[in-house]
Write a protein that binds this ligand. Sequence first.
Ligand code: KE4
Length: 433
Amino acid sequence: MPPYSPASMNGPISEKLFEAAKKLIPGGVNSPVRAFRNVEGDPFFVRRAKGCRIEDVDGRSLIDYVCTWGPAILGHAPTVITNTVHQVAKEGLSFGIPNPSEVEIAKIIVEWVPSVEKVRMVNSGTEATMSAIRLARGFTGRDKIVKFEGHYHGHVDSLLVAAGSGALTHGEPDSAGIPRSFAAETIAVPFNLPERIEEVFTKFGHEIAAIILEPYPANAGFILPQPGYLELLRALTTRHGALLIFDEVMTGFRLAKGGVQELTGITPDLTAMGKVIGGGLPVGAFGGRADIMDQLAPDGPVYQAGTLSGNPLAMAAGLAQLKELEKQNGYQRLEAIGQRFEKGLRGIISEKGLPYRLNRVGSMWCLYFGDSEIINVDSVQKGDFEAFKRFFWASLEKGVYLAPSPYETGFLSLAHSDRDIDDTLEIFAECLG
Ligand code: KE4
């Protein structure tokens, strides 16, 4: 087993920057998962990124499988987006007044996502899920929200209960600073256990405003719903007059034009979106049934707002990305890239007789260092995190950047060529087992 190295591998400029950053920014980072705490090292700093590669400030070039946590589906800094942003920026950066690109992106989202009849743009995935649950509470007049352990919906007070992603990393599933009264209105249950969610609805059905979930949970690795489970959630919410909210901030526009709801044919009442629709700029969105969305101000009583919501630059970047995905037949090509990656990695695992599991759908994947069936975050936590850490550092040392946590999903982009995938698999063969 190659020993894993602490971040002594970071170059001198990264080290200096991190020392300075820690004096100015909490933990030296603007988002906790970037702090490399789950791999017990220090983060490096990036100077530039292009295609499937990132270059750190000390000149080290890495093949990137994090893709800025999902948005870089075409790869980093695609010319079609950077050229568009340059052009549009000359006309203005933000107006705070309606602009044509807001209508254009809303049209595409409504066309692509089966359940969305109306959509509102915001500036992050967190804003999207926060607004969606407020809207669900306003529409139903109920207070309780049901979520699943290990599902992460951004840092929303009501949803940082038994959360995934960075919250798991810091071993504080429930964040400090959340009033007990807030957490009391959130019911967290294990995913993929039908009897548990049925119990909740038997007990609280008439008080539940909505279930919110990641339909393919991607903040505790990458988990798939058991057959019939999403259908059960749809039936329970319909029967009890609660709403079904799909958090597709990660999966939306990544796994298909219409995300998981297109792949599964399950129609939620509301959908939270983000990442890919921003083309790398800050964007989120939430949308769904018109009768629900019309409850939003200024037409309805549910208030929601944002200075930079729908700003022309972010809309232009998102539009350029979505149109290019369609033009390049992106989802089909991503599936082919995913198949090459999966076939190669499965070959390595079986050749070495490693007790590991690999989940992949399209361009999202996760390698689990353990052989228990992965049905929810409890099964993920049984994994061998030491083996993950060794793999992370060994891969980084050889030029492959993976998410610095076993709770995160890996991504592929249209910029990952056959050569990049084959080079990566060669490195994985050296670093695994
Ligand atoms: P943002 O507020 O970070 O834009 O989106 C929150 C969010 C909501 N819903 C889902 C399913 C998400 O995955 C996210 C954010 N994803 C994490 C990655 N696991 C972002 C990385 C980070 O926190 O820095």
